[in-house]
Design a protein around this ligand. Sequence first.
Ligand code: THU
Length: 145
Amino acid sequence: MQRGSGLSAEQERHLVQVARDARLRAHAPYSHFAVGAALMDEHGRVHAGANIENAAYPQGLCAEAAALAHLVVAGGTRIAAAVVVGDGAQPVTPCGGCRQKLREFAGEALPVVVADLREVRLRTTLGELLPHSFGPDHLGRGLKP
Ligand code: THU
């Protein structure tokens, strides 16, 4: 079943589960705010990440960035779908810095799904989260073929 985003219900369920599992591995002893992420690459492979905080606070890493590192090292060059999972009153949408990090490997059509421990809270796109974005194309670099 397509959902407008190009993600099937089954793909979305799988990505949400991967992100929820990754969230359980978060290292968040300072904020106690665990986040998990799952990124699907251009081959349909799924890469997980969790936030990794640090005693030197600014050195902390967001879940999306951790997942992106896995995607790149696995040979992925594009993000086809992104899921973020957090637990809170408001949907845990990607932070501004992570929106830009996603933009390096995806265009505005990128489906971004935000879920909590029970349900999907938001289905959106990178274009909605980061309108009029600056990306590799501004530097004459397309996404890698
Ligand atoms: N966090 C993420 O991992 N991703 C986001 O997009 C929002 C924030 C993490 C960073 C920090 O470890 C904790 O959530 C609280 O800000």
